[in-house]
Design a protein around this ligand. Sequence first.
Ligand code: NAP
Length: 334
Amino acid sequence: MPRILVFGAGGVGCIYAYILHKAGASVTAVCRTNYNVAKTKGITVRSKIFGRQHFQPTVVKTVQEALQHGPFDYLLVCSKAFPGTAELIKDAVTDRHTAIVLAQNGIGLEEDYVKLYPENTIISGVVYLPVTQVDQGVVEHGPLERFEIGTFPADAGEQAKSQCRGLSELFKAGGGSAPLFDDIQPLRWIKVAVNAAWNPTTALTMCDDANYLRSSPQAEPLIRGIMKEVSTVAAAAGYPDAITHEVIERDLARPKSRLETGGKEPSMLTDIREGRSLEVEAIVGNTLRLGQRYGVKTPYLEMLYALAMARSFALRPDERWKPIARHDSDDARP
Ligand SMILES: NC(=O)c1ccc[n+]([C@@H]2O[C@H](COP(=O)([O-])OP(=O)(O)OC[C@H]3O[C@@H](n4cnc5c(N)ncnc54)[C@H](OP(=O)(O)O)[C@@H]3O)[C@@H](O)[C@H]2O)c1
C-alpha cells in the first residue's frame, strides 16, 4: 500500500487526499487551521463528481510529526505556492525514494525543489479542480477534476517516469483523472497565462470576470495583451506553440458566456476578500523573471506585479507601512 503525505489540506489537498484514500493508499495529511476538526471528525467532501463523502486520513500537525507514518512514496504539495514552500517539507522527504508532487498554480516552481532535493523525483502537476474549503474540514467541489502530470525535467530517468505512471494509476483507481504528459511545461504555460491574465486584474479591481469584461472597452484587449506577453515568454523558454490563438479565444469564451448570468471569481480575488496572501510571485513574478532571463520585455506583467505585490503587502498587518516622521522640509516643494 503506497504511503502518501499531503502537505496543505485545503481545497485541493482534501480532494486529492480523498481520491488517493479511495485508491487504497495510506494517506497522512498535514493540517494547520483545520487540524482539530480533521483529526476528530475527518474530512467531508461535497462534490459534483464524487457526491457526498466522508473519510478519515491520518492527521498530523507538522511535517516532523508525519515522519512516524512514513517513509512516503509520494509527497503532494497542495499549499498555496509561496517563496520558501520547498523548505517546509524537508523533514518528510526520503532521499531517492519520495516523489515530490507539485499541485499548485504558477510557473518555474520546480527549480527550488530540484535544488533542495536533487536525488528525488519531481512530478509537476497542473490542477483543474474548482474546489473551496467552505468550513474547516469541509470542501465543496464543482464538476471538473483533472490533474495533468509529468516529470520535471521532461527527460527524467526511468525511475521518475515509473513513479509518475504510478501516481496516474492511483488517481484512476481512486476515481480521479491524472493524465500523463511527456513534457508538462506547455500545459503549465497555458495555465499560468490564464492565471496571470485574470487573477491580478480581477483581484486589483474587485470585479468578477464577467463584470471586469463589461467594465470598459479596454478590459478585453488588456487580457489578450497579458496572455500574448506570457506567450512570448513561453516561446523564448522553448515553448513557441503552447499558447495559441485558440487557447486565448477559448479562455475568453468562458467569461463572455457568463456576461448575462453572472461572473466567476478567480482565486486571487477570493484571497483578497478573505485577507489571505496572494500567489503573485508564483504566477506573475516567476513569469516576468523568466522573461528577463530570456531578454523578453514584459511591461504588462511588470505593472501587474508591482500593483499586486503592493496589494498583497497592504493585506499583511505585520509588514504594513508605518508612518514615517515628517519633516517641515518635505513640504518645501515649489
Ligand atoms: N482551489 C481551486 O479551485 C484551485 C484550482 C486550481 C489550482 N489551485 C491551486 O492549488 C493550490 C492550492 O490551492 P487551494 O485552493 O487548495 O488552497 P487552500 O484552500 O488555501 O489550501 C492550502 C492549505 O495549505 C495549508 N498550509 C499552508 N501553509 C501551511 C503550513 N506551513 N503547514 C501546514 N499547512 C499549510 C493551509 O492551511 P491554513 O488553512 O491554516 O492556511 C490550507 O489548508 C494553489 O496553488 C492554487 O492556486 C486551486
